[in-house]
Structure formats: structure tokens, C-alpha cells
Design a protein around this ligand. Structure first.
Ligand code: SF4
Length: 433
């Protein structure tokens, strides 16, 4: 099989993995004629396919052969798809060629499991090693790691990669046992914990090194590019949404637990895509893509806005996020007792809960408040979306009307904004199973 044909198969097989964003890496570049590539500035730029997935990296599998039989995966052993496998050198050359032609800014490499987890991981690590050590490649590298592989291999992977990820795949142990019987949730979590320890150790070493005095020697030979001490962009994971009947409340509580226990950089949510010759245990249709979008918004609220998972979705409210409004507005409509908020007196935590106020806007508002009382025309100058914010806030020259959504109960607020009171996403999701 020629390289072009392999690329067509193995790039297509990789498109189901959403966890390829590249934020948080350490700056490396090839200015002054040293090395190849750069992972910052103009280096990593993200572009997104129409379905929302990042496609800026050369995103391929080493092989789509796999010994495992995860029912939701197009590469499973029982899948009837054309198979291909790259040699390590081929991936290295492809990455360099694509990079030189300015097509990609780095490499996202995953693989089906061939022979054994250790053998596969060795091949994946070897690609990264050759790129870094033999070609002085300074672009971004994200390696998908195999949780059952030996800890030494995961450690080696972290020496070369900017980011490592281990997919949790499904939000509950029960679903994983049912749909991916060879996967072991304990091994996944053990590997995440090991990566966490390595990342923390590496950061501590960097802190110690930077605290030491720097002696610069005139005419000293510049050192070659040093890879990040250990996965400087941290670790991430991906959860498939809609392959099982797990509700959003459970998905968000699993994410919160992963963020808390392993301090993951990101949890990616990937809406299940129906695959050819799928098992009857899987739904026939994909969940609405807006569900994936709402989960990302909810995830954002947990990481940057101080919301707990069960405030955003819980069994009390049917377990699903509303599809027709964003989760922050949904929370505000469900909590009229917290509104209207006085923008000149409320603490930061409460300001962050006002629909339409982002983190930057809140920080600008807090600065403006130090100088004088904020009025509605100040909000305009702070680039705050007035239409969204004003129904929920009080200012010296503004009180929300008695029938504003923020001043009404849940049912009336919904009606005022033109939404049904029932959560339609619950019925919509239930109909898939
Ligand atoms: S181990 Fe990975 S590649 Fe193999 S079947 Fe499962 S999800 Fe697919």
C-alpha cells in the first residue's frame, strides 16, 4: 500500500478523537536557524472542521488495526474497514514534510493496539523520539497513550510530548464494562495518576532550576532545543457522549472528579458518531451536536466560573442540560432568588453568575468599581452585552422591569424568553435509546 493510501485510511480513522487542542505548551521555536518548527506564536494555530473538531495538527493513527473490541470504535477488531499501518519512519517523514509545507503545526498521534500495549506504545514513543532527537523538531506533539502500557513507557512519552492524553472513553465504569470490555477503568485512572506525579515532579524541577542564578558566558555555544521536561501542556482526556444512556449530570460529575483528582488540562466531549456495522447496543443516531456544545459550556462554568457540577445539571432537574439555552442562563432562570444582582456591590463569585458577564468583563468591572459607581453606559464601554446582562442586574440608573427574566420565577422567566418550561433535551435524548 502506498503512503497516500495509508494516509487516507489512518487520517480518516483518527478523526473520531476530539482531544487535540494544544493550549499550555512551553515556547520552542527555530529562530536563529536552529532546529525545525515552532510550537507558539504563529506556530500552533487551530482550525476546526465543520463538525467542530480541531484539524490543525497532522492527526493520524500509527495503525487502525486493533486487538480490542470497543463497540463504539470504528477500529475495533471486529470492524470491517480497510486497515493500514505506518512504519515509524513514515510518520516522522510525513510530519516533517507537512510541517515544511506549512500544512500543520504539529503532530497528534494515536494508535490501535497491535501485538500488545507495550509494543504499540514503544512505536508511538519512537516516533516522538526521532522527531525530537534526530530532527530537532520543535513543533507541537500530542501523544495518545495506552493506559495498560508499562509506566516507563508513559514516562518516556512525557519526555518528548507537549501533551499526553489517556481517553476515559465513557463516563461510567458500567458503560465501559459493557461497551469496551477489554478496557480497565482502574488502569486508566492509575496511569492518569502516574502522569500527574511526573508532571508535578517536572514542574518542581523547573521551578528549582529557574530559581538558581543564571551565568551567561560570552560566545557560549547555544544549546540545542530541549524538549519539555515532562508533557508541559499537561494531560487531557476524552469522553464519548451519546454512545450510552448516561445523562449530562453524570458526565459532568465524572469530569469534575477527573479535574479534581488528576488536575487534567481538559476533558473533551465527543458526540458519538454512528459507525458502519455497529453493534445493536449502540444508538442508531448521533446525539444532537448542540449537546456536545452545552457540555463544553458547562465544563467552562466548572473550570472558570466557580460552578459545581450538580449546580449545572442534577437528577433533580432531569439530569440533562437544556439544549435551547446555555447552562449559565438556565441556572439563572432556575434561581430567581439570586437576582437581580447589584453590579456595584456584589462579590466576584456572584458577578460571575450573571448571564452575559464573562471572566474578563467581571475583572474589568471590579477595576472600574474602584474608581466610581458603575452605570449602564459604563457597561457599554466595558463591551458587556447589555441585552443579556440588564435583565439580571441593578445599577444606579437601571432596575430590571418587573417582568424581566431575572426578576421572575423559573416558569415565568422561561415564558418571557420564549422557552418551554419542560427540558426538551430529556425527551430528545431518551428517544435515542
Ligand atoms: S482500544 Fe482504542 S482503537 Fe482499539 S478498539 Fe478500543 S477505542 Fe478503538
Amino acid at each position: 500500500m502506498d503512503l497516500q493510501a495509508k494516509l487516507a485510511i489512518l487520517a480518516d480513522a483518527a478523526k473520531y478523537d476530539a482531544s487535540c487542542a494544544s493550549s499550555g505548551g512551553v515556547r520552542r521555536d527555530s529562530t536563529q536557524g536552529r532546529g525545525v518548527g515552532s510550537n507558539e506564536g504563529m506556530g500552533i494555530c487551530h482550525s476546526y472542521a465543520p463538525d467542530g473538531r480541531c484539524i490543525s495538527l497532522l492527526k493520524i493513527l500509527l495503525t487502525n488495526f486493533c486487538l480490542y473490541d470497543c463497540l463504539y470504535c470504528v477500529n475495533r477488531v471486529s470492524s470491517n474497514v480497510p486497515r493500514a499501518r505506518f512504519a515509524v519512519d513514515e510518520v516522522v517523514q510525513l510530519t516533517l514534510d507537512f510541517y515544511r509545507r506549512n500544512c500543520v503545526e504539529g503532530l497528534f498521534l494515536s494508535s490501535g493496539i497491535i501485538r500488545s500495549p507495550d509494543y504499540t506504545m514503544e512505536q508511538v514513543v519512537e516516533v516522538a523520539r526521532r522527531l525530537r532527537e534526530e530532527h530537532d523538531f520543535r513543533g507541537y506533539i500530542h501523544l495518545k497513550t495506552i493506559p495498560d502500557a508499562a509506566p516507563e513507557l508513559l514516562q518516556r512519552a512525557g519526555r518528548y510530548a507537549d501533551r499526553l492524553s489517556i481517553n476515559i472513553e465513557l463516563p461510567t465504569e458500567h458503560s465501559l464494562t459493557r461497551l469496551a470490555p477489554e478496557k480497565d477503568v482502574a488502569a486508566i485512572r492509575r496511569s492518569m495518576a502516574r502522569l500527574r506525579v511526573h508532571i508535578d515532579d517536572a514542574k518542581a524541577q523547573v521551578r528549582e532550576a529557574t530559581a538558581a542564578p543564571v551565568v551567561s558566558l560570552p560566545r557560549a555555544k547555544p544549546a540545542r532545543a530541549q524538549p519539555a521536561a515532562f508533557a508541559a501542556a499537561g494531560q487531557s482526556t476524552q469522553m464519548i457522549v451519546g454512545a450510552d444512556a448516561t445523562d449530562d449530570a453524570t458526565i459532568l460529575s465524572t469530569s469534575a472528579q477527573l479535574y479534581g483528582a488528576y488536575r487534567l488540562k481538559r476533558v473533551y466531549y465527543s458526540a458519538f458518531s454512528p459507525i458502519p456495522d455497529a453493534s445493536s447496543s449502540l444508538p442508531l443516531a448521533a446525539p444532537p451536536l448542540v449537546r456536545e456544545h452545552r457540555l463544553y459550556q458547562a465544563d467552562w462554568l466548572m473550570r472558570f466560573y466557580g460552578f459545581a457540577a450538580d449546580e449545572i445539571a442534577s437528577a433533580r432537574t432531569g439530569g440533562m442540560l437544556r439544549l435551547e439555552v446555555d447552562p449559565k442562563l438556565a441556572w439563572a432562570l432556575a434561581h430567581p432568588e439570586r437576582f437581580p444582582v447589584d453590579l456595584n456591590r456584589a462579590p466576584r463569585e456572584l458577578l460571575l453568575r450573571v448571564p452575559g458577564l464573562g471572566v474578563k468583563a467581571v475583572d474589568r468591572l471590579l477595576l472600574a468599581r474602584r474608581v466610581r459607581r458603575v452605570r449602564s453606559d459604563d457597561l457599554q464601554r466595558l463591551h458587556v452585552p447589555l441585552r443579556k446582562v440588564l435583565p439580571f442586574v441593578v445599577l444606579p440608573d437601571h432596575r430590571p422591569a418587573a417582568d424581566a427574566p431575572g426578576a421572575l420565577g423559573f416558569a415565568d422567566g422561561n415564558r418571557r424568553l420564549g422557552f418551554a418550561n419542560a427540558n426538551p433535551s430529556i425527551a430528545q435524548q431518551a428517544s435515542l435509546f
